[in-house]
Design a protein. Sequence first.
Length: 448
Amino acid sequence: MPVSGDSPNDASLQPSESDLDEFNLFDPEIQQCPHGYYAKMQNEEGVFETDALGTPIYLVTRYEDVAACAMNTSLFSSRFDAGSMEGNSEYARRAQELYEQEGGFERVGTMLTVDPPEHTRYRRLVSQAFTPKAITSLEPTIRKLANQLIDQLISGTATGQSLDFVELFAVPLPVAVIAKALNVPDDRLSDFKRWSDASVAGIGTNISIDERLAADREVIEYQKYFADQLELRRKTPQNDILTDLVNAQIDNDDAEGFDSAPLNIAEMLSIIQQLLVAGNQTTTHLLGEMLLLLDEHPEQWARLAEDPLYGKDVADEALRLAAPTQGMFRVVSQDTQIGSTTLSAGSKVVLMYAAANRDPEIWEHPDTFQPGREGQAKHLSFGKGAHYCVGAGLARLEARIVAETLGERLSNIQVTNRSELRYIPSFVLRGPQRIDVVVSAKEAAGNG
Ligand code: HEM
């Protein structure tokens, strides 16, 4: 295992003064190792103005500011998506035509892209389906899957060949878990993954209109599949999350300031799509980052192999250091100020969770990997306040079980392509593209 120092997660690679002037959120090279830039932004004004997309965007980087903005949903609105499918832009026009031609469902904003009190209605209804009990019941499935995928890694590397951990482990595990949660049969798993990828196409990257429309075609396919499934549940209820979503109700008396109507089909489709978008790539990236950090820190790997229950701390510290959702957009609803930066109504802001997680005001030696460190769970990788991640419990469960199972089953993992490691160049959903590994099984390991 290599000693730490040259990883793209290493913030010791501080950019020089002029580099920050050239900072571009969408530059794939900058996204290979952005942490030095974030540290510099934090050190200077705390809020960094950049001109990507032809309009100013303000990156909020200090922990206290990010947390305060996330808590203030009336000033920092999540309606950043409003109008993306409306208006006269070429994309909006062609997308509308496509949805009409193909019989797609109207795309409505739900949890991630609306504000309270509308948002409160969605969270109340979704919480009746995506319950802690439903999440806990997935534990045996996750453990079984993790063991099966490790079996494949072990037998694949028996020949001495390197295998891609992302492709063979970090991608299939979360996809299969969410598919199981949504009761999608195994033979639709590859479609399910394709729909999930199409749903995130264009988030945090600049892709062409044709590429966006190609992704929309797949989203329409997703809509049709799940619309049929929801209709089936309405006629014949099953013991699953989709049925609970169809049946979720709010008592009139509980609906303070918001509509108490149950979810309609377009809303359910939007919510399920958000479960895919928010849950798949993020968890894939977390599992990859956790593996890279363990490889960089042989002493932590050794401790995990000795005490697999240490996996919980390993997972949380990986979440802090390598936030899979680097940042989320907000729109400022009235003129305001963050520190010395003045923001006018309508300004676009990104709450930079990845930067906040390494704020030296909150953590000592913020760039080092120290599972179990004081205040570890304070990280903002799942956001904060009203929009706090619906799937945080599930993501933590998956990461903990994966860390535990790696520790139980393997005596060593070696990353063999560290010098060529590349990150997906999205500033929202950043994560390692490919991680080649050679694994060594523990002697007399169980086979799950
Ligand atoms: C490591 C994995 C994950 C990370 C890092 C992550 C991160 C986040 C973050 C930062 C937010 C807040 C967004 C904001 O501030 O506007 C969020 C919200 C959300 N997450 Fe996750 N997430 C993960 C896994 C999951 C999973 C597994 C699911 C579901 C299966 C999920 C579903 C959602 C949904 C539906 C929201 C929207 C909540 C709302 O707006 O009220 N996430 N997630």
